[in-house]
Design a protein. Sequence first.
Lengths: 402, 402
Amino acid sequence: MIKVAIMGCGTIGSGVYEVIEENQAILKKELGDEIRVSRILDLREFPGTPYEKLVTGDFSAIEKDPEISIVVETMGGTKPAYQFVKACLLAGKHVVTSNKALVAAHGTELLQIARDKNINFLFEAAVGGGIPVIRTLGTGYAGQEIMEITGILNGTTNYILTEMDRRGTSFGDALAEAQRLGYAERNPEADVEGFDTCRKIAILTSLVTDSEVNFEQIHTEGITKIDTTDFAYAKKLNANIKLVGSAVRENGRVAVSVCPKLIPEDNPLYGVSGVFNGILIRGNMLGVTMLYGSGAGKLPTASAVLADIIEAAKNMDRNVPFGWHEGQTVPEPMEDSLHRYLIRFKGSDSAKAKAVFADAEAVSPDGEAAGEEFALFTGVMREKDMQAAAAQFDNIIKVIRA
Amino acid sequence: MIKVAIMGCGTIGSGVYEVIEENQAILKKELGDEIRVSRILDLREFPGTPYEKLVTGDFSAIEKDPEISIVVETMGGTKPAYQFVKACLLAGKHVVTSNKALVAAHGTELLQIARDKNINFLFEAAVGGGIPVIRTLGTGYAGQEIMEITGILNGTTNYILTEMDRRGTSFGDALAEAQRLGYAERNPEADVEGFDTCRKIAILTSLVTDSEVNFEQIHTEGITKIDTTDFAYAKKLNANIKLVGSAVRENGRVAVSVCPKLIPEDNPLYGVSGVFNGILIRGNMLGVTMLYGSGAGKLPTASAVLADIIEAAKNMDRNVPFGWHEGQTVPEPMEDSLHRYLIRFKGSDSAKAKAVFADAEAVSPDGEAAGEEFALFTGVMREKDMQAAAAQFDNIIKVIRA
């Protein structure tokens, strides 16, 4: 029997317990061995639950139990998750985590400890919930260069943007609705300011470039300034607006950013709606593929954890080559990155704007906005060139990249 | 150095040569060893190509060369591919194939030989081209039951249906266009009659049920009878029409079919257009995910072959558990399967039809069809009940499942 401990018995942690119990027969068949949860670390008690008696508040009961060979970390945050995970790895226990903050901040070190100890540190559930993007990057696209990853990686913001698009709801109303439905937290900052997406694209980019991308170096904008007029312009351009984390490699450099972007109709991410995630991957040989699914939620995320538990269980005595190595990938400065831009201007006199952005196409506003403002959709420009040109105007309302 | 032979130097085979040459640096890094193509089996000569000198017409030059450890089969068809592949496996060589006909007809036996010989028989490229669906099924969804796979698995028919939908083209014109562009073959039967999709869904279902589904037992309909009026009705139902291969498990049985189906707007397959493929997978825990990408094409397919070559190269001395085992999965009889149905009737007198299909909703025709015909969209019914009800009418034009 393989004994597993779960650290953190919130939504995901209790979900992991459930999927392990529910799928005993399949696990037995796949592994030829039983997997059982033998300890759950949490400061709370859970009277009346089937796992009531497994709960302990004492980390050393897990760290010092030689029978526990796999530890699942679903506490979130980095304190004390980092300390506990590191201790488990040093004690020779495989660790599976769903914690993107931990992986983005300490992944490099933890991956190296796992290699040194000949065990595994796995984190499929940290990005894309039930979408097996991390495993797929490692094996499905073996042998080629990944040139681009662009992902709708946060279901909360995608739900909000979808509501704004489909129902013409304001950002505030859509956020309130998301909170009411439990899709957004009371303090929604991590989602709506793009911080969650930032950590996820940092992890994916680190995997692709094989060395750490410091998430603090990634240009990150959220969706709080997006309004319904933006969606009206997007429709005119046969596009949608999505919060995307994106990493694009070119000439040995990698441009990484998190910001709301115009996604044209012929991009497979265009149709990724509501709380779903979609991750577009472009390889130098295979062209574009996309993975789509539930990016969060108890059972999808717990399923991803379970797939990692199985991977660890199948490789108890060896470190499966995985994850990035020591070193740093420094993202290209945002000002050097290339985009198209939708630029909204106050007023109706577009002569100067059309002269400055000579190859831009005009996009006419509808409804209330007509007469009040106008917009241009530029060709591909370097960010700093756009900024320099934009500095000549004092009537720019907003710039959205494409 | 790992020596590879390629059998069949058509589009895919020559693509495999290209991706191996093009990605030498990455391969070296991933494997710590070189991969080189040392022989190509083809009856033709290829003067002026970089691989001119590797070509042989003599299979024994591959079979008997002890230095060749991995053989790629991209000949297509089962004769002589089956005989050659079997001989290579028996000679202890790993085999990677893109040949769905071979895998659907002889996969069970070839997988077993690979296990007995402690080598690998891999076929990622046989389904979904560059989409890593087979590897993902094996590892990304480990530990749970796959309840449904529904796939747009054939780019040719998807291109034709997309053209019919978007441009109102007839089937014949869309097929002719597909042939002109090289998306359809001169004899398009394998694609448009659903035979290609049938073999692919047979392979996917066999993987999921862990025993062979005989493709000849799968109810298979093509798209030759779909007309533009069908698309007009689909639009009224906020749906599209796609040729899908589908396997649904319920109560220990599996319903497998290939036919054109109404796909509603909120299904992620709805937006899969043109020559792209999309494969929806529903797990008992993770819910719905979808994989999207190029289902065919030289480089995407060759990339999938390359990923398998790497898998074999990393596991030279062991059989990685993969594929189904001996035994048969008998699909549920089509007459027992459950669907909704769009039924088109000649004439305008809908009273009897509405009485017989009491819970159906009426769908009104537009344009030319108005006055000439009417249609009903039924609730969920068992196929045999629908057939029995339909037998009461002599004015049914067509039935399309949903």
